[in-house]
Write a protein that binds this ligand. Structure first.
Ligand code: ATP
Ligand code: MG
Length: 283
C-alpha cells in the first residue's frame, strides 16, 4: 500500500452535488449524464490521477475497517443495463484487499426467494462487523423492474417505499453505514454500450437480449428511479446520483463519495495489547 495513503485526502468534490436531499423530488432529466460537475470536462488525466490517490486511500480505509471490526458498510449500486455497475466495482475497488469486501449480486429471484418476502434474500447479505458489502442491484429492483414490468400490482409495490425506509433505518440504527449510488447514463449511451457488446466477441457474454425489453421501457424506468430515489433518500441512507456517461468521471465521483463516507467513520486500527513491546517471538 502506498505510504501517502495513511493521511486523509482533502475532499475535492462536494457530495452535495450528488446527494438527493430527503423530501425533495428528483428530476433525472435535469441531471446531465455526460456532466462532470466540479471538474473540467477536458481534465480527464488529472481526474485519473486523483482517482489513483482516492483508490489508495480507500484501500487504506478498508484495511482499518476490517482490522477494527466494529463498523459495517453497505454500498448499494443501481443503474440501467450497461450503466456501468460491474465496471465501477472493478475500477473503484481495484487493489482493495478482497478479505472483508464482498459483492452481492441480485438477479431475478429464485422460486425459494419468491416464496419469501422480498427483503428476505437481501437481509442475509447485509455486512457483518468489519465488512464492506457492495450490492450489485438490490431490494430496489422490487420497486423498479417489478413496477415497470408489472410483476406486482401497484398497491403492493407502493408500500415498499415505506418498508425500505424502515428497513434501512433499522440497519442504520444498528450501525450500518449505507451509501446508495445511482449511475445515471443516457439512453444514447446505453445504445452505444449495447452495440459495443454486440460488436466485440469478447463482450458477447455480456449481451442479454432481455436488456432490449427493458430499454423499450426507458421512460418508465426513469420515472420509477425518480420516485424510488425521492421516496427513499434519507439522512442515514442517502442516495447519490452520479453522472455516468464518462467512465473516468463516474469512477472519480464514486471514489470521492465512498472515501468521504469512510473518513467520517474515523476508522482506527484496534489498540495493541498493552504488553506488545515486551513480547518476544521464540526461535
Ligand atoms: P449486466 O449489467 O452485466 O447484464 P445484470 O445486473 O443485468 O448484469 P443479469 O444477470 O442480467 O445481471 O440479471 C439481472 C436481472 O435480474 C435484471 O434484469 C434485473 O432486473 C433482474 N432482477 C433483479 N432483481 C429482481 C427482482 N427482485 N425481481 C425481478 N427481477 C429482478
Ligand atoms: Mg443484464
Amino acid at each position: 500500500m502506498a505510504d501517502n495513503a495513511s493521511q486523509p485526502l482533502e475532499p475535492i468534490l462536494d457530495l452535495d452535488r450528488f446527494r438527493v436531499d430527503p423530501d425533495t423530488k428528483l428530476s433525472l432529466n435535469r441531471i446531465d449524464p455526460s456532466g462532470t460537475p466540479g471538474w473540467d470536462a477536458d481534465e480527464r488525466a488529472e481526474a485519473e490521477l486523483r482517482s489513483v490517490l482516492l483508490n489508495q486511500r480507500l484501500e487504506s480505509l478498508q484495511e482499518r475497517l476490517w482490522a477494527a471490526g466494529s463498523e459495517r458498510v453497505l454500498v448499494v449500486l443501481q443503474a440501467m443495463d450497461a450503466g456501468g455497475k460491474d465496471g465501477t466495482i472493478a475500477n473503484v475497488f481495484e487493489g482493495v484487499n478482497p478479505t472483508g469486501v464482498r459483492v452481492a449480486s441480485f438477479k431475478a429471484p429464485s422460486s425459494l426467494e419468491l416464496a419469501h418476502d422480498y427483503l428476505w434474500r437481501i437481509h442475509q447479505h447485509v455486512p457483518a462487523k468489519g465488512e464492506l458489502v457492495i450490492f450489485n442491484r438490490s431490494h430496489y429492483e422490487d420497486v423498479l423492474v417489478v413496477r415497470v414490468m408489472d410483476l406486482a400490482p401497484e398497491e403492493r409495490w407502493r408500500k415498499r417505499y415505506r418498508h425500505i425506509r424502515e428497513f434501512e433505518a433499522m440497519l442504520a440504527d444498528e450501525g450500518v453505514t449505507i451509501i446508495k449510488l445511482y449511475l445515471h447514463i443516457s439512453k444514447d449511451e446505453q445504445k452505444e454500450r449495447l452495440e459495443a457488446r454486440l460488436a466485440d466477441p469478447t463482450k458477447h457474454w455480456k449481451f442479454d437480449a432481455g436488456d432490449l425489453v427493458h430499454r423499450a421501457k426507458w421512460d418508465g424506468y426513469m420515472e420509477a428511479f425518480e420516485e424510488a430515489i425521492s421516496e427513499t433518500s434519507t439522512k442515514k441512507a442517502p442516495w447519490y446520483v452520479v453522472p455516468a456517461n464518462r467512465k473516468w468521471y463516474r469512477n472519480l465521483a464514486v471514489l470521492e463519495i465512498l472515501v468521504q463516507h469512510l473518513e467520517a467513520l474515523r476508522l482506527e486500527y484496534p489498540p495493541a495489547s498493552p504488553d506488545i513491546a515486551t513480547i518476544e517471538v521464540p526461535d
